[in-house]
Design a protein. Structure first.
Length: 239
């Protein structure tokens, strides 16, 4: 039986600063030709922006601005060739407008700009014909990056890096959105419903978006464990 990972790229975090979807070999995944890697990269942008908006709503303007700039600084450039390959215009200008609104701390302008970027990301995603196996690989990719980030954020029982801890929340929320979408209908809905339920059990990993203390439940191993369980559940999609 083929594993889900064998049907697409196995996504891990590159051993260098910033998030990148890479192949088992450790080489950068070809975003222009690998649909799942492309969708993971877009999902990482979604995750950052979701965190930034949540922090802005919570009054943490400086942290929100940092998260809003991260996609342009580390993630977007790698996607430009992938947009061209799929006949999509990209959304550099929209990202710039969003970062400006976040830096100004204007919640209304930031919310409007955030919605505009989300629509642009949805348009970019529409350049891919998504099937259940591809969606499962996207969820796995996002979870693995989230687990790595969480391990950097929460280490040795302490908050070591709040930014990475928050990134992990955003990426996990994006993975949950993918599972929820695929759980709505189709023959694969029961598999994604089970994945959705398992992901819902991770909420206590983030008791606060701006962490003040660490509890025993806050352990990156839980995210890695759920990623492994999701991969096993997704094997149903290959039968």
């Amino acid at each position: 039986m083929k594993s889900v990972a064998s049907l697409g790229a196995l996504f891990l975090l590159a051993a260098c600063p910033g998030e990148r979807a890479v192949l088992d070999s450790g080489e950068p995944s070809p975003l222009a030709t690998d649909d799942a890697a492309y969708l993971v990269q877009l999902g990482l942008i979604r995750g950052h922006l979701r965190v930034g908006h949540a922090l802005l709503e919570a009054g943490a303007d400086a942290a929100a601005a940092t998260h809003s700039k991260h996609p342009s600084d580390e993630l977007y450039a790698d996607l430009e060739a992938a947009f061209e390959a799929r006949g999509k215009p990209g959304f550099a200008a929209a990202l710039s407008e969003l970062a400006t609104a976040f830096e100004a701390g204007d919640l209304d302008d930031a919310s409007a700009a955030h919605d505009a970027v989300r629509e642009a990301i949805s348009d970019a995603e529409s350049g891919v014909a998504v099937n259940p196996v591809k969606a499962a690989n996207v969820i796995l990719g996002l979870l693995r990056v989230a687990a790595w980030e969480y391990g950097v954020g929460i280490a040795d029982g302490e908050v070591a890096n709040a930014h990475e801890y928050q990134d992990a929340w955003g990426f996990t929320q994006t993975a949950k959105d993918w599972a929820a979408r695929l759980a709505e209908s189709g023959e694969s809905a029961p598999v994604f419903s089970a994945i959705q339920a398992r992901l819902a059990e991770l909420e206590d990993l983030w008791p606060e978006l701006v962490p003040s203390e660490v509890t025993p439940a806050m352990n990156a191993a839980r995210l890695y464990g759920v990623a492994a369980e999701v991969e096993i559940m997704a094997l149903e999609l290959t039968r």
